[in-house]
Design a protein around this ligand. Structure first.
Ligand SMILES: [Mg+2]
Length: 201
């Protein structure tokens, strides 16, 4: 019997769409693509996720590495968290799961400063019964340790858990521990997928 539903945050509970966000500032597609690969797909960004570098330090590093992008980097670091807007239909599901007696958890690669930002903005985050945020734990998905941390910290039985993520590779790790999974994408009807796994929702 499933008792616990575990949620990723980025693109499951909060939108994270850098491409769309950067279009606010330029229409140059090539520049946007290049910027994303230089900054968001960089090793420095992974360090942010892992919580081994501060946001300010990361910004300084990017400026040093790409001085030609100075202004854009400064602008990006000032505003990027604004793209973290809630995915409303899934937030509604959180409330419904709680009303129906399920426990809900967060398991997310998320930058500490950004988590503090969304936590200050959105009351629904207090609905969660527990959370493992990579930046706070210094370990990231898909490392098995982060999944184990969640299980141990909250005494979960993996067979009683469903994990929802938008990254396939992060789900396969969860399945290794006997956690059931749902791949979420913009075309997923999450309510329907949960019902398929006999969740009362
Ligand atoms: Mg995600």
């Amino acid at each position: 019997m499933i008792r616990n539903i575990i949620f990723d945050l980025g693109n499951v509970i909060f939108n994270f769409k850098p491409e769309k966000f950067l279009h606010r500032y330029t229409n140059d597609e090539n520049y946007i693509e290049e910027f994303i690969s230089k900054v968001i797909r960089s090793r420095i960004w992974l360090k942010l996720d892992r919580g081994t570098i501060s946001l300010k330090k990361a910004e300084d590093k990017f400026i040093k590495k790409f001085p030609e992008d100075h202004d854009f980097i400064v602008m990006f670091f000032r505003h990027w968290m604004e793209m973290l807007t809630p995915i409303q239909e899934n937030v509604k599901i959180l409330y419904d799961l709680k009303s129906n007696g399920y426990k809900i958890y967060i398991l997310s690669n998320f930058i500490v400063e950004a988590f503090d930002f969304v936590e200050n903005q959105y009351d629904f985050l207090s609905l969660f019964d527990g959370r493992i945020i990579s930046g706070k734990e210094k370990v990231i998905k898909p490392e098995l340790e982060i999944y184990q941390k969640l299980i141990h910290k909250y005494n979960l039985i993996p067979e009683e858990c469903i994990f929802i993520d938008d990254v396939r590779a992060f789900l396969s790790q969860a399945r290794k521990l006997s956690i059931k999974t749902i791949l979420f994408s913009k075309n997923t009807n999450l309510r329907k997928e949960l019902r398929k796994l006999d969740i009362n929702i």
